[in-house]
Structures are given as structure tokens and as C-alpha cells.
Design a protein around this ligand. Sequence first.
Ligand SMILES: [Fe+2]
Length: 339
Amino acid sequence: MDRRLFVRRCLMAAAAAPLLPKSLLASVPRRPTLRTDEPLRRIAFGSCNNQTKDQAHWRWVARENPQLWIWLGDTIYANKASIEDREGWYQSLKENPDYKTFIDQVPVLGTWDDHDYYDNNADASYVDKDGSKTLMLNFLDVAHDNPVWGRPGVFQSYSFGPSGQKTQVILLDLRYFLDKNLTRRSLLGDLQWEFLEEEIAGSDADLILIGSSLNVCSPIVIGGLEGWRGFPEERQRLYNLLASTDKPCVLMSGDRHMGEMYRIIMPNGKPVYEIMSSGLTHSLGITLPCPERVGKTVGRRNFGMITIDWTGTGPQVQLGLHSAEGAEVYQELTTQFSY
Ligand SMILES: [Fe+2]
């Protein structure tokens, strides 16, 4: 069977037959409404949140009045934990007074990375990845009718705002399908590539935000550091895909315990921006070479802010790396999408 047809049929079959019966899914408590009819103007995001450490940073995120918080992975650290213990760690974060106060005010979306999925640098071979997925989606209070429940992995897509002010948020899953075997090397997997390519090709948004737990741009993937550079063919496929749409695109990433911004030139000359924010509870101050980096490496605890001004012709997007320890803004960048 044609591979694309096969993948499409898998997606349709998965949507028709969810992996888990709804009776087994935890009840979804009331949370602030995720208003998809309003334009997105203020999005906060972050990664690398050790749940055993102080969570006072949520007060600083809340101070920015985000409409939406996006988890970009390593939401908790539960290396090699059993499903029961992992659930307990998620619960301990959800019951943390600072985080609880935050999510009572701000809608939350997210994807995962290695430490919340299973273990440091974990891949698709994790045998209980569907159980881990259930815990993660329940932690995020993902609605039972969300298509993500009915297909493998946790990749998702959302659309916000009316035509002319529409933002599409695509969240990738870089763990469920990850295969580092040299003969089968795969980061997104066929099913997720089909999804991503259809989302981009069919997008009627005015701005596309893509969340990737791993860094996209950095050329450094040694010493245990992971990133799209470790999968050069798939990174090129991503760049070709982003070049194929005339929509402005911003990549959000995390994982590396530092904050950076990048201006990446696609094969057709189109600029795409990446903002990496990490971590919320711990950080490193090591600057690695990267020709696309704009500004400095932020080596302090941080979270990311994306602000969108819709009053002009097309979205005016500002990227920010904010302190998770105070009111300081470490770095800001106003994007220029024209080329
Ligand atoms: Fe990670």
C-alpha cells in the first residue's frame, strides 16, 4: 500500500477507535476556558521543571498575564519511575499551591520530553508509553474529545482567533516515535510527519507556532545533548516544509537548561525564528557555538514569552526570555518575517 495512504488510514482508524476507553480516563476538572475564538496576544511557555524544587516561579509567569501556558517538556523529573510513581509526581505538582493557583487562572497546553515521558534521552522503545501518555494528558486536563486521545503519541494542533488574526499552535512529540537505531533512524515517525505536513499545507492561520521539546537550530548534539541536528535529514525536511508556506513561523523549544533565540534562514531565504526556554527550576550558563543565534545565551532560570500585535498588517511578533526568579527580562527580540 502507498505509504501516505497507509498513514492516512492509520490516522482515521485511530480517530475512530481511541486507544483507551473513556471510562478509564480520569475525570476532567473545571479549568479556565481556552478561548479559541479570541486572537492570541500573550503566550508564555517553558520547560525543565523539577517538581521537587521550589515552584515560586509561577508567580512571575502569572505576572505577565498570559492567555495560555505551553509546556515544552520535562514538566516533571521522574526517571525510570513506575506509572504509579509517575502519577504521584504529576499529582504533587498539580497540588503545589503556586502551580495550582496558576492553572486556576491560565489555560494550559503541552507536550512532553524525556524526563516526563520516561527517562533521560528515552525513545520509542519504552514499553509503557501509552500509560505515560494517559498520565500526561490527564495532568494537562486534555478534553476527552480531543483527537490526541485517539492516535499514537501526543502531537496536537490548535487554532486561535478569527481569520486575519489566526494563530495555529502545533505541538510535536519527539519521544513516542524516536528511534536512534542507525538503520531506522527516526525523530517524528511517518504518522506524525503526515500530520505535520497536512497541518502546514492546509493551514489558514496568519501565524504558525510550533512547539518542539528539543532544540531545532543548534549544531551541537554531543555529550548527551539531543536536538534536531542529530537527525539532519528530518531537520532539512522540516526546513523545506516551513519554506513551503508563506505563513510566518516561530519555533519554540526547551530541554537544554538555557535560553536562546535564533534567526534561521530557510532554503528559499525565508526567515524562521526559534526561541528556546529552559529551565524553570534549574539552568546552565554554557554558551555553545551557533551561527544563527541572536543575542546572548541566558544561563539563568527563565520562561519564554511570545507577544503578538495584530493591529498592523500581519502579526508583529515579539519574543522574550523572562527571569523565573524575578521581574527581569533577560532578552527581547522583535521578529522581521519579510524577505
Ligand atoms: Fe529533556
